[in-house]
Design a protein around this ligand. Structure first.
Ligand SMILES: N[C@@H](CCC(=O)N[C@@H](CS)C(=O)NCC(=O)O)C(=O)O
Length: 216
């Protein structure tokens, strides 16, 4: 059964797609254009009642929340493709820790920056707020300073192995580095910069980036 991924052009969907490529899982995509509001269509809301992208359908099984989808496939196809969950229980704990850090510390300011700078039409009143931009960048600086320390001791976030925790950072860091003129946030930090160069040069990421251009 080929996995269907709804909304391939969105950042959160790219997280899922990179995971599928690393796990060598076949997929097809169903375009959902968020800039045209297709994620609020009644048919789409039957799959994802919160009106967010992505969703996957795998036969009769439907799943949403990008990080839940990654965890599901990394576990389901554990022995196929790249091991993304960690081999020992300790490694697995650290992958989970850094996935949570990404979701709760990194993503909120990164998401706000991206929406206010690149996609203000997605905001309720369509107007970017300079205060939100400034505060989000300041929050991100604090988060990245902690990453700099972590990555001075480990090649990747969870340890010396590439994992879901690294994948989860790819889409929004790419916007920050390549689309917003804020690459200094990464480049000014030696260890974060080396980590970014490493993870963003993976063939899986480049394949997805070339195949599915933004919006979000
Ligand atoms: N927690 C959700 C968030 C997904 C999300 O924020 N998706 C964005 C696109 S990257 C979206 O649907 N934006 C449109 C909106 O919120 O109206 C996940 O990880 O799947």
């Amino acid at each position: 059964m080929v996995v269907k991924v709804y909304g391939p052009h969105c950042a959160s969907a790219k997280r899922v797609l990179v995971c599928l490529v690393e796990k060598e899982i076949e997929f097809e995509v169903v375009p959902i254009n968020v800039l045209k509001g297709e994620h609020k269509d009644p048919e789409y809301l039957k799959l994802q009642p919160f009106g967010n992208v992505p969703v996957i359908k795998d036969g009769d099984y439907t799943l949403y929340e990008s990080r839940a989808i990654m965890r599901y496939y990394a576990e389901k196809y554990r022995s196929q493709g790249v091991e993304l969950l960690g081999k020992t229980i300790e490694e697995k704990g650290l992958v989970e820790q850094w996935l949570e850090v990404e979701a709760h510390n990194f993503n909120p300011p990164a998401y706000n920056l991206v929406i206010h700078v690149l996609f203000p039409s997605l905001l309720v009143d369509g107007t970017p707020d300079p205060k939100v931009i400034e505060e989000s960048e300041a929050k991100l600086v604090k988060v990245l300073n902690i990453y700099e320390e972590r990555l001075s001791k480990n090649k990747y976030l969870a340890g010396d192995f590439f994992s879901l925790a690294d994948i989860s950072h790819l889409p929004f860091t790419d916007y920050i580095v390549n689309n917003m003129g804020k690459d200094y946030l990464i480049k000014e930090r030696k260890n974060v910069s080396a980590w970014w160069d490493d993870i963003s040069s993976r063939p899986s990421w480049n394949k997805i980036l070339e195949s599915y251009r933004p919006p979000v």
